[in-house]
Design a protein around this ligand. Structure first.
Ligand SMILES: [Zn+2]
Length: 419
């Protein structure tokens, strides 16, 4: 049986509760006046307790798992049924906003609250997880919470240390967890049929389109490279223009081409030169050596590779024409995470129902879904955030957008869990 559609006035009250709870969570911080809540801290455990209390109010059984995720389960018609997993993370960057991560957990709570209030049990159970670490703020390693569920913690993670020299293993003990039991957090593939994560967009696309909600097609893959142009340094007054091997002029030409080529290439690919250093670096010396970085992302691995090859070929061509050397070395690469097509379609239908149309867009930032998608079909619902700002205290969402999000999310989850 499919639940009746949530009416607007109910969604408004739910959205108020979400905003109020986001404020309550934002007050749990290691520093007054700022929001910083890191993995396995006292604040992390307090946030878990608060969320567990809210879960219990909506008829869920709750537990904290072996890596410190807070978990809740709302039974289906038959006890022990397969579940749909909803969630996001409860940790933050330093001096964070209050919605990145938390909004996904709080809206998931509203889905269950709605079912509970209407005394509805679906074919599938619903579980909610508040992941303990997605941002990697404390230990410099990310997705510790979601990789706990997939059982893919690399062995060396326990030895990683925070800025004070406390290891993950020591922090776990201090938090009342047993590092020898992290494998207990792993969930068998058969436990869940799907994972849905609601998250703020962290970009300006929905705002530009004047839409509250969008459905994620894929989490972008990324590649980062260290690049250089090497020419000849020389006297700015004595070397004629025709005889120069100016490394910075070559780099500048490449940068404008990176921008133009990537813009032409497609709507979803992005490429950025984020750092550039120039030597010798004097007003009266022709630059002989330039080092720069390239960050390139795409929701499609093949597109990323094709674009990257094109950009590198352009760099080579510029260098050859100018008689300088060009080099590029990749030092980081992560493949794209495509979202499940059927789940995307269900989310898109629900989004169209509540806001008239649906926009599909890639996610430029990483999410827990990267890890979870390795084991379970996963999809994401994006909520507009003001000016696309995130990881900053100015991070903001509109309450009426949250109301639409709760409506669409509830409809999609109900449909999937009712089948
Ligand atoms: Zn996040």
């Amino acid at each position: 049986m499919v639940a009746p559609l949530m009416d607007v006035s109910y969604a408004e009250v739910a959205a108020q509760r979400v905003m109020d709870r986001a404020d309550q969570l934002a007050a749990i911080s290691e520093s007054a006046g700022q929001l910083t809540r890191v993995y396995l801290s006292v604040q992390h455990l307090r946030a878990n307790q608060l969320v567990a209390g809210w879960m219990a109010q909506t008829g869920m059984t709750t537990w904290q798992d072996a890596v410190g995720n807070i978990c809740g389960r709302y039974e289906g018609k038959q006890e022990g049924a397969k579940a749909i997993l909803l969630g996001s993370h409860l940790d933050t960057v330093r001096n964070a906003g209050r919605y990145d991560g938390m909004l996904g957990v709080l809206c998931a709570l509203e889905v269950v609250a709605y079912l509970h209030q209407h005394n509805l049990q679906l074919e599938q159970a619903i579980e909610i997880v508040g992941f303990g670490d997605e941002e990697g703020t404390r230990f410099g390693i990310t997705l510790l919470g979601s990789r706990g569920l997939t059982g893919t913690w690399p062995g060396h993670w326990l030895n990683c240390e925070d800025a004070s020299g406390v290891s993950v293993a020591q922090a776990m003990v201090l938090a009342g967890l047993d590092p020898s039991r992290i494998a207990n957090a792993e969930r068998p593939k058969t436990d869940f049929s799907a994972y849905l994560e609601l998250h703020i967009e962290q970009g300006p696309v929905l705002e530009e389109e004047d839409l509250a909600l969008g459905v994620v097609t894929a989490i972008n893959g990324a590649c980062r490279l260290n690049c250089s142009f090497t020419g000849h340094a020389g006297h700015a007054g004595t070397v004629p223009m025709a005889l120069r091997k100016d490394a910075l002029a070559a780099a500048a030409e490449w940068m404008t081409l990176i921008e133009a080529t990537t813009r032409r290439y497609g709507p979803d690919e992005v490429a950025t030169v984020g750092t550039l250093s120039c030597a010798p670096g004097a007003v009266n010396v022709i630059p002989g050596d330039v080092k720069l970085t390239l960050d390139i992302r795409s929701p499609h691995d093949e597109s990323l590779e094709r674009l990257l090859n094109q950009l590198l070929a352009e760099g080579e061509a510029i260098a050859a024409r100018r008689g300088v050397q060009f080099s590029a070395e990749a030092y980081y690469a992560i493949p794209a995470t495509p979202c499940d097509a059927k789940l995307q379609a269900t989310l898109a239908q629900a989004v169209s129902d509540v806001q008239g149309r649906c926009l599909s867009l890639p996610s430029g930032a990483g999410h827990d879904a990267i890890a979870i998608a390795e084991r379970w079909p996963s999809a994401m619902l994006f909520v507009r955030c003001e000016k696309g700002i995130s990881h900053h205290p100015a991070e903001a969402v509109i309450e009426s957008d949250v109301a639409l999000a709760v409506q669409a999310f509830t409809q999609a989850v109900t449909k999937l869990a009712g089948e």
